[in-house]
Design a protein around this ligand. Structure first.
Ligand code: MN
Length: 237
């Protein structure tokens, strides 16, 4: 068994604890400035950490197989091309010039690297006062935001993502198809992602089957608002 497999399994077994703190020092989440070959970032918490809202098997398959496939296929698509020298964020900004395999797998890598960080076992986390005030101002408060976000997420036909983005000095809700994201020059509504939900069936089907709305409702229990608030602060600093 490879060391990374052992560590992931051991931490899944032990739950969050001292294992994770030493683990995350070795395997940091992908940096936006990294370039090819890209690596699968660590999940950063146990597969079981989001139970019962998102089940461990979904997390394991989603991270170890789906996200890994995006990384592997992105590296294959970039190998030997001029675009191999670009960071992931640079690729997003000129994705309209790239082959579809780079768009799909590069988006897949960026989106999932972001998604794992905005989820977490931090129960009871809340948006910072600054972010809460902005949600109040632009989106009518937390309850109204959740309704609009769920509308965008359930309304996205087929596979895709719903987003809260920073655009033109305010928070806005949008959605994208497939593995597109608001950083891509090719999408209709561009902006800086503040938070997101993956509404591909692979994100929820084992536990929720066709009930996407139930998964979206459960998602709010596992949002790491500390990460989302930090992301918002960084955009605005
Ligand atoms: Mn996914």
């Amino acid at each position: 068994m490879k060391r990374i497999d052992f560590l992931q399994r051991a931490s899944a077994f032990l739950g969050a604890g001292f294992m994770m703190s030493s683990f995350s020092k070795v395997h940091q989440p992908s940096s936006d400035m990294e370039n090819a070959p890209f690596v699968l970032p660590a999940l950063g918490y146990a597969f079981t950490a989001l139970e019962p809202h998102i089940d461990a098997m979904t997390m394991e398959i989603h991270h170890d197989r789906h996200h890994k496939a995006y990384v592997d296929n992105l590296n294959k698509a970039l190998a030997g091309t001029a675009a191999a020298g670009l960071s992931l964020e640079e690729l997003m900004g000129q994705i309209s010039k790239q082959p579809v395999a780079v768009r799909n797998n590069g988006g897949g890598h960026w989106n999932h690297s972001f998604f794992w960080q905005l989820l977490g076992p931090a129960k009871g986390s809340q948006p910072s006062a600054k972010l809460a005030a902005q949600i109040q101002k632009d989106l009518g408060g937390m309850d109204a935001m959740k309704v609009e976000f769920a509308k965008a997420a359930t309304g996205r036909f087929g596979s895709g993502w719903a987003w809260i983005i920073w655009k033109d000095g305010k928070l806005q809700i949008t959605s994208t198809a497939n593995q597109d994201n608001p950083l891509m020059d090719a999408v209709e509504t561009k902006g800086v992602p503040v938070m997101a939900i993956d509404v591909w069936e692979h994100a929820y089907y084992l536990k929720y089957q066709n009930k996407r709305a139930d998964y979206i409702q459960a998602f709010w229990n596992v949002v790491n608002w500390d990460f989302v608030s930090q992301k918002f602060d960084k955009i605005n600093s």
